[in-house]
Ligand binder design. Structure first.
Ligand SMILES: C[S@@+](CC[C@H](N)C(=O)[O-])C[C@H]1O[C@@H](n2cnc3c(N)ncnc32)[C@H](O)[C@@H]1O
Length: 283
């Protein structure tokens, strides 16, 4: 099994399981720039580990967190100290403490509070309301920040620090249109937009017009690109696979997710990678 590095922030739709297939399918020369307009947790680009990259997202808190690691404002020892302190207070005061940090984060936007909330909120679902306030409820795990869990997160931050020393990576908060427009001629663009109609978050709205606009801009850019999307689940097929992305090459992988704990509720979702080049001959 290939080792996949898991980043410190978790964002819904995280593509950890697809990293090996994405890596195998990407057509990236060592000197070309990796451009990722919907970076989310960053798990894909961080594992591809290009020398030069532009990571972007509409969610300012993701970008602020990674920029703080890049500038040294957030370091692994600082993360350890913070999570130890916050973890102890969470164990003592439970929900009251979680909601106090949530309120503080919504007032001051401290990236370390974002990390704490990200790792202690309900089901790890990062959700912001229309006013841009983090509003996911408490995850009901007062003992969440065990020694081992904190060490795991600290190692994830250390790994980021190492990558940022070795590579030239930029993190920018902007809409995908601006990121595609900024892609240099030799760029490879990897897009993982929200799935249509599934959003639970203010920064994650996506509809048919967005999907069409993305397709138009990617085609017009003339850059090599790869799109992550879904092909079908047990209920329906993604119609845009044929109507919009039919000109692309396709690679797929089944992904199983559980609704509740029962095996009978194990549902398959076919994930797809769409490319405007033939991955079999591109490398
Ligand atoms: C499916 S997630 C990406 C997940 C990521 N590939 C990962 O593995 O963690 C989609 C991301 O797109 C961002 N996003 C949504 N609409 C956007 C837009 N119009 N421009 C830029 N980013 C956007 C969301 O904030 C979210 O982080």
């Amino acid at each position: 099994m290939e080792k996949v590095y898991v980043p410190p922030l978790k964002i819904q739709g995280i593509k950890t399981k697809l990293v090996p297939l994405i890596r195998e399918t990407a057509a990236l020369d060592p000197d070309s720039v990796w451009v990722e307009p919907f970076m989310g947790s960053g798990v894909v680009g961080f594992n591809i580990k290009p020398r030069r990259a532009l990571f972007a997202d509409l969610n300012p808190h993701i970008i602020a967190f990674y920029n703080a690691v890049k500038s040294g404002g957030i370091t692994a020892p600082l993360v350890r100290a913070c999570l130890e302190e916050q973890g102890a207070l969470l164990a003592e005061r439970g929900a009251d403490y979680y909601y106090a940090v949530r309120e503080r984060f919504n007032a001051y936007h401290n990236p370390l509070d974002f990390l704490f909330l990200n790792r202690s909120c309900f089901n790890g679902v990062v959700r912001f309301n229309r006013r841009g306030e983090f509003n996911t409820p408490y995850g009901h795990k007062p003992r969440r920040f065990s020694k081992a869990y904190i060490t795991k997160i600290v190692r994830q931050v250390e790994h980021m620090e190492e990558c940022l020393k070795e590579c030239d990576w930029r993190f920018v908060c902007q809409p995908y249109q601006d990121t595609i427009a900024a892609a240099p001629e030799d760029a490879f663009i990897y897009c993982d937009p929200p799935y249509i109609g599934r959003h639970v978050d203010y920064y994650d709205r996506w509809d048919e017009a967005s999907e069409k606009e993305l397709c138009r801009l990617l085609r017009a850019s003339g850059r090599r690109f790869m799109l992550s999307t879904w092909e079908e689940n047990r209920y329906r097929r993604n119609e845009y696979m044929d109507t919009l992305w039919g000109f692309c090459h396709k690679r797929g992988q089944a992904h199983f997710y559980h609704v509740g704990a029962r095996e009978a509720n194990r549902n398959a979702m076919l994930e797809a990678l769409m490319t405007n080049y033939n991955p079999a001959t591109a490398q």
